[in-house]
Design a binder for this molecule. Sequence first.
Ligand code: TRP
Length: 381
Amino acid sequence: MMSDIERLLDRRNDGTAATIGPGVVTSPYATVGKKRVLTGIRPTGPLHIGHYAGALENWVRLQDQYDCYFLIADYQVADYADDLPFVRNAVWEVALDWLAAGLDPERGSFVVESLVPEHAELTTWLAWFMPVGMLERNPTLKAEMDAIENPDDAMTKGKSVPVAFYIYPVMQVANILLPRAHLVPVGEDQLPHIELARETARRFNRDFEPIFPEPEALVGRAPRLVGIDGHAKMSKSRRNTIDLSDSVEAVAKKVRGMYAGPPRKANEPGKVQANPVFAYLDAFDHDVANVRALKERYEGSGVSNKELKDRLTAVLNELLEPMRDRRAKYEQNMSLVREAVEHGTQCARVIAAETMERVRDALDLDYLRKFRCRTEPARRR
Ligand code: TRP
């Protein structure tokens, strides 16, 4: 009988230091089994259809092909430091949304970041080797810090940037390197972080031991979805989202009230680009030919917003229906959600411990095992 840990490792089939045939040793980070994928989300509330189009839909597909780690990044919500109960609740909300969306804890691992403390440890070591200038040049970080200090809307008060915010890109690199991930599916806004991860991996591999694969970004097909109010970004704080957990009625109501471009009579032609309903149809309607025909008619003789919105409501409810069924199943048995997180986190801890052992070894930090007499002359690199 295999132990739990052996079974986990067997599923991971890491293949590290594997010998292929007599004397042929693969490179230290070569993978005999599946390539590893790591991606994450910050627990800041229920997930919406923008998350689905931009990320989840892709993740669901990836879990068939790769060994996937889905991270709930609860170290990365320093902007919610004044509301920890909210964060704790959001961790379970995200896990439930994932299950509803079709992520399968049997195939991939659901990981809570803070339950794998090696993230914090690796962050600290990596911070030694990451030039401040690299963070200062990171456009995503720059924009986010600016938004905190100089908010452009009345909803966010001007705050000071916590230190945790400054180091979160370092931690994101640690998130990626800890499971020695090969692929990182992200939105375009995250690309600077992936570049940082690549540079850090290269530097570590060159200066110490070749431990880390150079992770590659996988950018999904869908661009960022606009809000139902027409604002460029769908976000909870603007209340302009359609959530994965919305009921049939809620979806119908939200779509009915959705911004559909400048006022226009039903038989008046309009501009497709100016009407976000089309952006949604592009993202979710599988009947591409019908969407094309609608667009032509819209720009020609005109289509009523009611017709467009009825179509969108049907499309969204069709998308969300299987999610509602799965959600109902898990809501009746929340211990399954807990189990998914516990099991996934355990898998992540196994590989994290292995990586950290190698990192400590590479950095020559295993003081006790490699005890040297103090009289040995100190040596600077
Ligand atoms: N910062 C990412 C976001 O805001 C979430 C995230 C945390 C992440 N850790 C990650 C994404 C590691 C990819 C890899 O969307």
